[in-house]
Design a protein around this ligand. Sequence first.
Ligand SMILES: *Cc1c(COP(=O)(O)O)cnc(C)c1O
Length: 364
Amino acid sequence: MIPLFKVAMSPNAAIDASRVLNSGYVGQGDRVEDFENALKGFLMTPHLVTTNSATSGLHLALHMLGLPMGTRVLTTPLTCTATNWAIKANRLVPDWVDIDPRTLNICLQDVRAKLGKHTRVLMLVHWGGYPIDLDEVAEIKTTYRKRYDQELYVIEDCAHAWGALYQGKPLPTYGNTTVHSFGAIKLLSCVDGGVVTFDNAHTTERAKLLRWYGLNREDRSIDSGEWGFKFHMNDLNASIGMANIPMSRHFLDQHRRNSAVYDRQLVDVPGIRLLERKPDRDSSCWLYTMLVERRPDFIKKLLSCGIESGPVHRRNDDYKCVDHHKKHLPRLDSLYENIVCIPVGWWLNGDDRNHIIETIRSGW
Ligand SMILES: *Cc1c(COP(=O)(O)O)cnc(C)c1O
């Protein structure tokens, strides 16, 4: 079976991890610092803190805004529950926004329509790693500031988007708070881990305290005045992430190459609509998503040919625990049953990729 996901683990990860395990120190130490320094180069920002997952990172980022209970957060239902349950965990309210049918990202036109004085946060997810129009997001923030004389906080869930570029630059460059994931199946894996970036040193220092109980690890006599979480990364996970960096660069290229071949080979297949690709942004191509007619038949056909496929995430507004926030989302409603992802990752060889293309081209 050609799977939709596979864990990317360098052989060096076990060697480096065992060194940490046998060192007598496995908590947050030098390995975390090394990993953070490497991430600063990759994400092109000095303002970042690692966490033990992206879920913790999202929770921390929302917590730090200090918003009153019940504040509305504009967000997409088409994502991992981690995005939206972090909103719930902070006693904030998800205000569902429809999706853009060209990208499956949040619809910025609907964001504008739903934006009000009491909306304080916009949560973005770069679906499959394809960046949202960050120029338009900046414009929305400016309009909001002028109209309401306060900031609209933007948090980008970049869990799909490791390596994605907008106008040639990593996503944190654009000044919003970003959260990347190093979870088991993500492009760069720490087994579990995440990183949060901010646009200034002061907030980053605060996040460093709050990820570990609000305490200063260098000088415990300092009282930060705030309580915090146990969200820090440890040396074991950091050493695994560090060992996986060289390979992840190579794997990212393979995802992009496979994705480009699909773009060419599947564009004219009846019953399929491919997603938008604009030249000003480079997707991480972590997922390859398309819209297909008769999805159950499509999935069954691929399965019978040894290929796993599926929608990956279930729409979050569909879960019982958020039933009372329900909204009419006409575009997502009309597309939801057609969303499907096919294997695109580094684990495909040329034969696998051709087999997938031929299977799809032969119809379902
Ligand atoms: C994987 C994922 C997360 C959660 O990441 P963890 O590091 O596992 O907590 C959050 N959001 C999206 C969109 C994801 O795909």
